[in-house]
Ligand binder design. Structure first.
Ligand SMILES: [Zn+2]
Ligand SMILES: [Zn+2]
Length: 362
C-alpha cells in the first residue's frame, strides 16, 4: 500500500539538518528545518506548504533567505512554524532587506506561527504587498501537542532542552484507507464520487451512524442507495495504521528529554535523529547540548523506533562517518549490527567542501 508521504534528509549526514517530506499524490511537501537548502530543487521548494523549524541556530534557520528568494513572486503563501520567540525572529529576518519593489511581484503571504506549550498558538502575517510588515492574525486554538492537522495527517511537537528550547516533531499519517475492489463488485456497488467522500469521512473520524448517499451510474442508468459510514467501511474498506515519522535534532541527553521524546514518538516507524558526537566525546557533547551516536541509538531503542537514520555528524569525524553510524546502530539494536545497517539509508559518504571544521554550526 503506497505511503502518503516519503521523508528524506536534505543533506548528507555532515551537512545542515533538514527533512523534506514529499507527498506522493499531491504537488506539495513539508520541510523540517531551514539549514542549507542548496540541494533542494526550486520546484521542490515551490511545493512547500508548511515549514517547521526546530530552533533558530544558523544551521537550522539560515536557509530562510534561500527559500524566500525562490518563492517570492512564484508562490502565493507559505506557513512557517517555530518555537518560542519565532514570530520576532521571522520579522527580523524580513526586516533585514529593502522591499521597495516587492509590491510589483505577485503577492506572497508568509504566515508565522509560534509554539507555546499549553497555550493558544500566536500568529503573524507578512505580505510582500506591504513590504513584509508584521500584521497580526487570529491565534489558533491549542490542541494538546498537535500543531497542524489535515484530513490525512497531523504534525505533533514537543519542546526539548538544547540549552535553549528546541522542538522535536512527529509527522503522522492518520490511517491508510484502501478500497477492496472485489468486495465492491460483490456488493453490486459502482464507483463514484461517494468513494472519495467515504474515505474522507473515515480518515476524519466521522460518526459510524452518519448516512452516505451511494450514487453511481452504469449501463442500466443511475443508482442511489443510502448506507451508513460504518456499514460501508466494514464492507469495502481496508483500514490500516498510517506511517509515523520522528524528526529529532539538537538536544542534551537528559532523562527529561528522553521522557518527552517517548511521549511524542512511542512506536514510531522511522526516526531521524541527530548523532553529533562519538560517545568517546560525550563530555563535550553534554557541554554543547548535543547527543552522541550511542545516546541517539539508546533513545531510538527506548521509543521503539522501527528504523533509524542518524544525521548532523560533527565535522570533527569527517573520515569516521561509518563509525558514528555503527555506534548508533549498535546501541539501537543492542546486538551485532544487522545486515541492513549498511544498506545506504543512512548517508555516510564524506562531506563536500562546504563542511569545513571551522564552519559555524551551533
Ligand atoms: Zn544544529
Ligand atoms: Zn542548535
Amino acid at each position: 500500500m503506497p505511503s502518503l508521504f516519503i521523508p528524506r534528509l536534505v543533506n548528507d549526514a555532515f551537512g545542515d539538518p533538514g527533512l523534506f517530506v514529499d507527498f506522493c499524490d499531491e504537488r506539495r511537501a513539508l520541510l523540517f528545518d531551514l539549514g542549507d537548502l542548496g540541494r533542494l530543487m526550486p520546484r521542490e521548494l515551490l511545493r512547500l506548504s508548511h515549514v517547521f523549524v526546530t530552533h533558530a541556530h544558523m544551521d537550522h534557520f539560515g536557509g530562510f533567505d534561500q527559500l524566500l528568494r525562490i518563492i517570492l513572486g512564484r508562490k502565493a503563501n507559505i506557513v512557517v512554524f517555530g518555537g518560542p520567540g519565532f514570530l520576532d525572529q521571522v520579522e527580523h529576518k524580513l526586516r533585514a532587506y529593502t522591499w521597495n519593489v516587492a509590491h510589483r511581484y505577485d503577492e506572497l503571504i508568509i504566515e508565522a506561527r509560534e509554539f507555546a506549550a499549553d497555550a493558544d498558538i500566536p500568529c503573524a502575517r507578512f505580505s510582500s504587498r506591504h513590504g513584509f510588515e508584521r500584521e497580526p492574525c487570529a491565534v489558533l486554538p491549542h490542541s494538546g501537542d498537535v500543531i497542524h492537522e489535515e484530513a490525512t495527517f497531523r504534525v505533533r511537537a514537543r519542546l526539548v532542552d538544547h540549552g535553549i528550547p528546541c522542538l522535536a516533531y512527529a509527522i503522522e499519517e492518520k490511517a491508510r484507507v484502501n478500497i477492496d475492489k472485489d468486495r465492491l463488485v460483490a456488493e453490486g456497488l459502482g464507483t463514484g464520487q461517494w468513494l472519495r467522500t467515504l474515505k474522507h469521512a473515515v480518515l476524519t473520524g466521522a460518526d459510524d451512524e452518519t448516512p452516505l448517499a451511494v450514487e453511481w451510474r452504469d449501463r442500466h442508468g443511475e443508482h442511489t442507495i443510502t448506507r451508513t459510514i460504518g456499514e460501508l467501511r466494514d464492507l469495502i474498506l481496508d483500514v490500516t495504521p498510517g506511517q509515523r515519522v520522528g524528526y529529532v535534532t539538537d538536544l542534551r541527553y537528559t532523562e527529561a528529554n528522553v521522557a518527552t521524546l517517548e511521549q511524542l514518538l512511542a512506536g514510531v516507524d522511522r526516526l531521524f535523529i541527530e548523532s553529533v558526537f562519538l560517545d568517546e566525546d560525550r563530555e563535550h557533547g553534554l557541554k554543547k547540548n548535543h547527543l552522541t551516536a550511542r545516546q541517539a541509538g539508546l533513545i531510538a531503542r527506548r521509543v521503539g523506533a522501527g528504523s533509524v537514520v542518524p544525521f548532523h555528524f560533527s565535522p570533527r569525524y569527517t573520515d569516521r562517518g561509518d563509525e558514528v553510524e555503527t555506534e548508533m546502530l549498535v546501541a539501537w539494536s543492542d546486538a551485532d549490527v544487522p545486515d541492513e545497517a549498511a544498506n545506504g539509508t543512512a548517508p555516510s559518504r564524506p562531506p563536500d567542501a562546504r563542511n569545513t571544521r571551522d564552519s559555524y554550526a551551533d
